[in-house]
Design a protein. Structure first.
Length: 171
């Protein structure tokens, strides 16, 4: 944990989302490993192919957008989007390190991705809310940003929901 967290982030406006470059792939790989340690299924981890080179290629893909917020030159929050088909974009890998949660970093990153999608003519944004690590907090944030629940997925032979599919239309 970083020293003096509250002093370092007393004003969230001081922290600007930056678009990740291929030079950030190693650092992204570090935070990605932390993400999947929490829940590999929630973040779609494939240990047979994921490594730093995989993320370099992913960042270089023109259909992907990755943003992050750094504190003390380390990513503390990341979010990405992937254009999946014409005029549709999938929000992915929204993650904030535990000690920095609840301060608006993810929302700030999502604002950037939403605005970028709008400028690029995207008509619909999709995302999954997985029920790990405070899903109701994440769901409330997505709803505040205009996402609506479209579907839910339950564990086999159970009424327990493990994921919700949400979307935001620009129409």
């Amino acid at each position: 944990m970083m020293k003096n967290i509250n002093e370092n982030i007393s004003n969230i406006e001081n922290f600007k989302p930056t678009k990740l470059s291929v030079d950030d792939s190693g650092e992204y790989w570090e935070i990605r490993q932390e993400m999947v340690e929490k829940d590999p299924q929630a973040f779609g981890f494939d240990k047979t192919k994921e490594n730093e080179k995989y993320w370099k290629d992913y960042i270089l893909n023109p259909y992907n957008s990755f943003y992050g917020i750094k504190i003390n030159n380390k990513f503390v929050s990341t979010a990405a989007s992937l254009t999946t088909e014409e005029n549709v974009c999938l929000i992915k890998n929204v993650y904030t390190k535990e000690e920095f949660r609840g301060r608006g970093f993810s929302e700030k990153l999502l604002d950037v991705l939403i605005n970028e999608a709008r400028v690029n003519g995207i008509k619909k944004l999709n995302l999954w809310v997985n029920y790990v690590d405070s899903p109701q907090v994440a769901k409330k944030m997505y709803e505040k940003l205009g996402f609506k629940k479209v579907d839910e997925y339950k564990y086999p032979n159970s009424d327990v929901v493990f994921s919700e599919f949400m979307e935001k239309d620009f129409l």
